[in-house]
Design a protein around this ligand. Sequence first.
Ligand SMILES: NC(=O)c1ccc[n+]([C@@H]2O[C@H](COP(=O)([O-])OP(=O)(O)OC[C@H]3O[C@@H](n4cnc5c(N)ncnc54)[C@H](O)[C@@H]3O)[C@@H](O)[C@H]2O)c1
Length: 503
Amino acid sequence: MDNELFGGKRLKLGIWGLGRGSSFIDSARALGIDVVAGCDISPAMRTNFKRICPEANITESEDAFLAMDMDAVLIATYFPDHARCTLKALAAGKHVMCEVTSFLTPAEGVEVVEAVEKSGLVYNLAENYPFTKANMYLAKLYKEGFFGELEYAEYEYVHGGTHPCLNTQDTLPGNRLHHWRGWISYHYYCTHSLGPVMVITGLRPEKVVAFPTDVLYEGTVHGQGRKIDGVMPNLGAMCPSLIYMSNGGIVRNLMGGTSADSHNQRIFGTRAAAETYPELKLKVGAQGSFHGITVNPDWPDLGAVAERAGHGGGDFWELYYFAREILTGEKAPWDIYAASDVTLAGIQALRSAVAEGQPMEIPDFRKKEVRDRYRNDNWIQKHVDPDRIFPDDQDLAITSHFCEYYSAAQPFIMLMRSTLDAMKVFDVTRPAERINTINLVKDLRAKLPQAKAAFDKLRSIYEAYPTSPGGVAIKEKLILCEAERLNDMETFDTFLKDFLLKK
Ligand SMILES: NC(=O)c1ccc[n+]([C@@H]2O[C@H](COP(=O)([O-])OP(=O)(O)OC[C@H]3O[C@@H](n4cnc5c(N)ncnc54)[C@H](O)[C@@H]3O)[C@@H](O)[C@H]2O)c1
């Protein structure tokens, strides 16, 4: 399209990391941004990208990629690699938009901040959750004084926990966990929950406190755990923290991987409050018996362009702000300093948890004297080795099926657990939910042989390596879903059939 958005100016963009990175192509097209290059070490990712973006030059070599003729790079490589990629892209003279988060250690953060300052190039963090319709509307209201001062907010990014830890890519054998999701703490991944509060209120996080949890989601690979060798859990654990904001208000920032998804968002100001789930509701009247107003906001502007971007939303807006800053000079929300604030809030929360709840400052990297204190701070989470979840002398003929068998068993684990639990509460549920439960039971009955085959395959890896981190995770999952009941399939089927007959 002719780029009327930016006074006819166009931007040449390269995408580095073509998994998540590929999801920006539609937004780029809607914005008149030319995606001219792509880079990925995975052949499958390159092939897929070629299909959806045939006009781009594609390479596996990051050096060849950065030498290409383009203005800006979107970095969507592995989470712990962002600082290195950013430094390299800036050194190659490219503006940078980087996926969350900006860096993994404070020392890396200092290096990135100073490299951005020295380069004079644009750096934006690609944090998209502030740019939902609801959060953009709340930001507008907050700016107008509708909420008064932020007193307290609760924002969440909670997922059902196991699957992201598995290796789901073609760049690793199946006896390992995912490159970074297999070990990283959810505290690090704090931007989708804290980020919206920062953008809505314009406030800076100043201090953070967090406790470690010793109750972990069953069936994820955690190794020996915190109490034995200080290993902090991966994405299969809850990570709440309390953050003191620059106006004195508090944010409960909750990330986690557990038995259910949850994305609640609530904000309490001195004059009004709001919550966004299940729909955006404002609570006005400034007292307990509030007047509730359900609102259905639209995009602030550029709605038609955002809709054209397909799944648009947050990705569209962050790319728009990035291009706008490069092409017109108008500042985007997530510069390197705001990016450092939100990234450091996660690092320091994890540190607080490791220190059993000791409060930590969230350093302000705008100030050189503060940066100097963190210049050599290479602190990082002690974690399981995602490449070594079975013994070194493992039989690969057995363990290389770990991710495959685990993924294949997942739907049956969920079907077993949800059916058995729904049967327990059947009598007190609503009519429509009773029908759902009956359908679940019927579905499980029809799938019993498949479920047993999936569990047996998974159990074969556990039986070969019962005390390994991978074996322990399998055992937990099989116990969780009562898989042993399928060892006597006839009895179990009769149990299900009897339930249906009585209902
Ligand atoms: N904002 C969001 O909603 C959102 C959603 C998903 C992922 N992410 C972020 O995007 C990033 C990527 O996540 P993902 O889901 O694609 O998973 P991923 O980390 O599994 O995939 C990253 C891709 O980068 C490639 N890659 C890694 N290092 C490379 C290198 N040096 N050179 C070339 N290619 C390289 C990999 O082969 C892979 O295809 C992460 O930082 C993640 O936090 C953000």
